[in-house]
Design a protein around this ligand. Structure first.
Ligand SMILES: CC[C@@H](C(=O)O)C(=O)SCCNC(=O)CCNC(=O)[C@H](O)C(C)(C)COP(=O)(O)OP(=O)(O)OC[C@H]1O[C@@H](n2cnc3c(N)ncnc32)[C@H](O)[C@@H]1OP(=O)(O)O
Ligand SMILES: [Co+2]
Length: 134
């Protein structure tokens, strides 16, 4: 298992690049819309992991509520697993609450789910199926 990304909620991705790309100098991969999650995201490279900047695109999403309630800041960490179905089964059997019991699939084919913060002591954990997995 390895760290894939750390996600930061921001009001505006382009504006947040002023620090993460322009001041810190992290390579930026461009802005993408993720309609399934009602977010606009921008990934910046950090070694073989990433920073994911995330801005809500609707007012009634979990991310919008997070921004409303808590303001901008850390939203989740994303860990890579080799087999997301096995990981979900194993975690569920241990009483861990998964947000998507059936993994969602991103446009790039990456399958993912989230562990509810209530099961982790308050840190939302996203699980990505290792995109290099054969
Ligand atoms: C771009 C795609 C993908 C990627 O490729 O990386 C992404 O990263 S998409 C990221 C956005 N999508 C998600 O976050 C989906 C999973 N999240 C959810 O389904 C919801 O946000 C939630 C976690 C189930 C919360 O539901 P919500 O309807 O917002 O309820 P509340 O606002 O009442 O929150 C309940 C409870 O949980 C606390 N909370 C919410 N978000 C977080 C968080 N990120 N980290 C820690 N805690 C969080 C919230 O504070 C509430 O706690 P209490 O107030 O103590 O009840
Ligand atoms: Co993420």
């Amino acid at each position: 298992m390895k760290m894939n990304h750390i996600a930061v909620v921001v009001p505006d991705v382009e504006e947040a690049l002023g620090f993460w790309r322009d001041a810190l100098g992290l390579p930026f991969g461009g802005v993408e819309e993720v309609p399934d999650e009602a977010v606009q995201v921008g990934f910046l490279s950090l070694g073989d992991a990433h920073i994911e900047l995330m801005a809500p695109t609707t007012a009634d999403s979990g991310v919008a509520r997070f921004l409303e309630k808590r303001g901008p800041g850390m939203h989740h960490i994303c860990l890579e697993v080799d087999d997301i179905d096995a990981a979900i089964e194993e975690l569920a059997a241990k009483g861990v609450q998964l947000i998507y019991e059936v993994p969602r699939t991103r446009e790039n084919g990456t399958r993912y789910t989230f562990v509810h913060p209530k099961s982790t002591g308050g840190v939302m954990v996203e699980l990505y199926e290792n995109p290099e997995r054969g």
